[in-house]
Write a protein that binds this ligand. Structure first.
Ligand code: PGA
Length: 255
């Protein structure tokens, strides 16, 4: 559980540098003071520097959509955690389902990325979730356990305060099919129990992701097992993103 709600916008491969800057400037000019919500955005790599220049020093944090495990070297196309720190990035997503399914990332390398982010002072936002086939065949819990096992090997008790988990059922991402409140509640409870079994010094922070929008967000965030959301589509539509932030500001913090 966090002391504030956390909303992360995953811009995916949208908003090149010019559009990203104008989106960030519009966001800053329209956002109201934040009392109980942290707002983070993850632009595409090529737009990170420019977006960071606009948002660094503001209440909003900038981060990456992925990060490599090495700090430099022969890793064509990858992004060093040290370079991200240098431009003022504060976090990185790791293990987004699009990385896992389209680019063959494994839970083992996702955990290496998470560890490297921690070492560089970045918060890893570790994305986990089951496919539709896995849910209907009843193996969701086993899948989540397998995805988290290498994370548990890499993350120390001291580091456990700096990890964010994002539960994103693959079948709910970008589909408009949000998981039911009962599914979100029971799956988050399971993830919290897995984390608790590690006897870490700090409790798990678990966001929900998958077709979050201003119509469904208030009910999701009201669940005591949910710390916030990882948002794709609605995070690059300024009016919807501002509405989501407002909903978080109006939803009582629990715990
Ligand atoms: P969506 O994406 O909100 O567009 O479903 C979520 C995500 O991929 O993180």
């Amino acid at each position: 559980m966090r002391s504030k709600h956390l909303l992360i916008g995953n811009w995916k491969m949208n908003l090149g540098p010019a559009q990203a800057v104008s989106f960030a400037e519009n966001l800053l000019s329209q956002i109201k003071p934040l009392a109980q919500t942290d707002v983070w955005v993850a632009p595409p790599t090529v737009s990170l520097c420019d977006t960071a220049r606009v948002l660094n020093g503001s209440p909003l944090a900038v981060g990456a959509q992925n990060v490599h495990w090495a700090s430099a070297g022969a890793f064509t196309g990858e992004t060093s955690p040290a370079f991200l720190s240098e431009i003022g990035a504060r976090f990185s997503l790791v293990g987004h389902s699009e990385r896992r399914t389209l680019f063959g990332e494994t839970s083992a390398t996702v955990a290496q990325r998470a560890k490297a982010a921690l070492d560089a002072g970045l918060t890893p936002v570790v994305c986990i979730g089951e496919t539709e086939h896995e849910r209907v065949t009843g193996v969701t819990e086993r899948v989540l356990e397998e995805q988290l096992a290498p994370i548990f090997e890499q993350v120390s008790s001291a580091e456990s305060a700096r990890v964010v988990l994002a539960y994103e059922p693959v079948w709910a991402i970008g589909t408009g099919r949000v998981a039911s409140l009962a599914e979100i509640q029971s799956t988050h409870a399971f993830i919290l129990s897995l984390w608790a079994s590690q006897r870490y010094a700090h409790e798990a922070v678990v966001l929900y992701g998958g077709s979050v929008n201003p119509q469904n967000f208030a009910d999701i965030l009201a669940l005591k097992e949910v710390d916030g959301a990882l948002v794709g589509g609605a995070s690059i539509k300024l009016d919807q993103w501002l509405q989501l932030i407002q909903i978080a500001e109006q939803t009582p913090l629990i715990g």
